[in-house]
Design a protein around this ligand. Structure first.
Ligand code: G6P
Length: 612
């Protein structure tokens, strides 16, 4: 977690850095700080809390430096405080560093440095880095131009763990050094200036041309140049990649919050994700994969692995994969999968879903599958993200930048893409032709139906007004609807801090029904014609115990039984989650608004979890 930004050019760095930090605040907002090179040396300004506190610090407008680094923190080592805020300096105040990641061997390094006379002023793992750089810098008796680079490189080779670093040095006022290992970092190429950021959207308004770094590639940035080196400091060539995202898509466009904007962007996100992969009268195309029937027949199991909402998209896809492709499909949480010696071999196909493409546990699970000989496919929303560089194959959702911490449009786009993938496999295998034909039509109709579903927002807002003060809300569903219950409960807890739980409706009477008491709110999702009567019976069980009920359905049910019924358009059961989740995304959103909370940046969370 944590967000970092850097600027080197001819303009005042501080406003550019603060602007970038505001856009990266979703990655953590425990503290913020910047360091620039001023006429009299390195300057550091930092404070606990949000970027706004930094912005309001007296003297921040007086910074004149045209080179600087900046950081917004999600605390891992050491509480949120000014001392623990980045940037951190070495004892001699020659180097200033910002860091995203975790240094696993920092205790050992701290002891080594303490034994060598260094003092530490924070509880962070990061503070060892500038001091270690200083240690190597002082040890080097040469005076060559690469002295700064060599010191950073030597320090980095001692670090265990993950890091994206920006380093500036008072002796090299024209340069910034950046490097990454297992943490995200991109370089934006401007005209006579260069930018650094943890992600692309934060600097998209300045440039569309990016350099993407691999692990342990070092870069010396100057205002007109970027020089790249491998870990042995051999120079390497790098091409820029042009990113087609529109800068305004990373802005709020008149919506009150990013989350609301992103909910309303779902028709476009889904349309773009379907893209050229699907036409009604032709086969589903995934040119990136080129799989053969022989290969697909050799697969013994598909694993879908992810975290959070992305994992919930996997749960939806399990159904369609198994039904269309007749291949056993397991869905796993990345942080669990890694540590339970999964049965993976060369005949396993493993699919990893990650909106950001930077989630540490998902990337580690992918590496494990590769080691065991499995083929790996990454599904990400971010071109060139770390996971896409690790996987054998990468396919993309085209949801555009998702800024709100609670994922909405990325989830529905992931479900669409996974469904298309299942169709692609099934068509190669020659399976399920009749189902596929109708499913394709329903997928192509989705953007229009999502638009229709979004029209119900006022009714949901009013229901949210009635229940926003509750302490517990339950979500029930069966089959595919149960996966939506999980995702909706997660959405609600993330942004409203209400305890929300989801259960398979049929499991209710095996324990959870003991929690149902008068006036508690229960939300039922019913889209599968085969299961609707059963779910209605389960909901009746809670109504008879006094629960208030909100139902999301596309089936004909007796509306009078329930407090509120939200009707959504009918569609194929495989993809009904894409429609049924939308009213519940809005429900979570409006509850959070009623409670006056920060919807886009809920407490304790971060959008991209780049630590394990
Ligand atoms: C965090 C976010 C979730 C997200 C999960 C996985 O927990 O708060 O919204 O679903 O990470 O992120 P990824 O980028 O891998 O999809």
């Amino acid at each position: 977690m944590c967000g970092i930004v850097g600027y080197i050019g001819t303009k005042k760095a501080s406003p550019i850095l603060i602007n970038g930090l505001i856009r990266l605040e979703y990655r953590g907002y425990d503290s913020a700080g910047i360091s620039t090179i001023e006429k009299d040396g390195l300057s550091i300004m930092k404070d606990k809390g949000r970027v706004n506190n930094l912005y309001n610090l007296p003297g921040i407008d007086d910074l004149e430096g045209t080179i600087g680094i900046a950081h917004t923190r999600w605390a891992t080592h050491g509480k949120p405080s000014k001392e623990n805020s980045h940037p951190h300096m070495d004892n001699s105040k020659a180097f200033s560093v910002v860091h995203n990641g975790i240094i696993e061997n920092y205790n050992e390094l701290k002891k080594f440095l303490t034994d060598n006379g260094y003092t530490f002023y924070s509880q962070t793992d990061t503070e060892v880095i500038p001091n270690l750089i200083h240690y190597y810098y002082e040890k080097d008796n040469t005076n060559d131009d690469n002295k700064f680079l060599k010191a950073v490189k030597n320090a980095c080779l001692d670090l265990k763990g993950s890091f994206a670093l920006e380093v500036i040095c008072k002796d090299f006022p024209e340069n910034m050094i950046v490097v990454r290992k297992d943490s995200p970092l991109v370089i934006g190429k401007g005209n006579g200036e260069n930018y650094v950021s943890s992600d692309i959207p934060a600097i998209l308004s300045f440039t569309k041309d990016f350099y993407l770094l691999n692990d342990l590639e070092f870069v010396i940035l100057s205002k007109n140049d970027a020089k790249f080196y491998d870990k042995d400091l051999n120079m390497i060539e790098k091409e820029t990649k042009t990113i087609e995202w529109n800068a305004s898509s990373a802005e709020k466009d008149g919506f009150e919050d990013f989350m609301l904007k992103e909910i309303y962007e779902q028709p476009t996100a889904i349309r773009e994700t379907i893209g050229s992969k699907l036409n009604e009268n032709s086969k589903c195309e995934f040119d990136e994969l080129n799989f053969t029937k022989e290969y697909l027949n050799s697969i013994n199991k598909i694993y879908i692995i992810a975290c959070g909402t992305a994992m919930h998209a996997g749960l939806v896809a399990k159904n369609v994969m198994e039904k269309l492709c007749k291949i056993q499909t397991e869905v796993d949480i990345a942080s669990e999968f890694r540590y339970r010696e999964p049965l993976v071999d060369k005949n396993t196909l493993s699919i990893f879903i990650s909106q950001s493409g930077e989630t540490a546990d998902t990337i580690a699970a992918l590496k494990l599958c590769k080691e065991k000989g499995a083929k790996t496919i990454a599904i990400s929303n971010v071109i060139g993200s770390s996971i896409t560089r690790e996987a054998h194959y990468s396919i993309y959702t085209h949801a555009g930048p998702e800024i709100a911490v609670a994922s909405t449009k990325a989830y529905t786009s992931q479900v669409v893409l996974l469904t298309l993938l299942a169709i692609y496999f099934a068509e190669i295998l020659g399976n399920s032709k009749d189902i596929i034909e109708n499913l394709k039509k329903d997928i192509l109709d989705l953007p229009k139906k999502v638009d229709e579903t979004l029209k119900d927002s006022e009714i949901i807002k009013n229901f949210a007004k009635k229940v926003y003060q509750e302490h517990d809300i339950f979500f029930l569903g069966r089959g595919i609807d149960e996966t939506v219950a999980r995702e909706s409960a997660l959405k609600l807890k993330e942004i409203s801090y209400i305890h929300a739980d989801s259960y398979p409706a049929g499991e209710l009477k095996h324990g959870p029904i003991a929690l149902i008491e008068k006036d508690i709110t229960v939300i039922g999702i019913m889209t599968d014609p085969k299961l609707v009567d059963k779910t209605v019976s389960n909901i009746q069980e809670v109504i008879s115990r006094g629960a208030k009920t909100l139902i999301v359905t596309n089936q004909k049910i007796d509306s009078k039984m329930f407090d509120l019924v939200i009707k959504i358009p009918e569609t194929n059961a495989f993809i009904s989650p894409i429609l049924s989740v939308i009213p519940l995304q809005l429900f979570a959103y409006y509850i959070s608004k009623e409670k006056g909370l920060d919807v886009d940046k809920p407490r304790n969370l971060a959008k991209s979890v780049t630590v394990e």
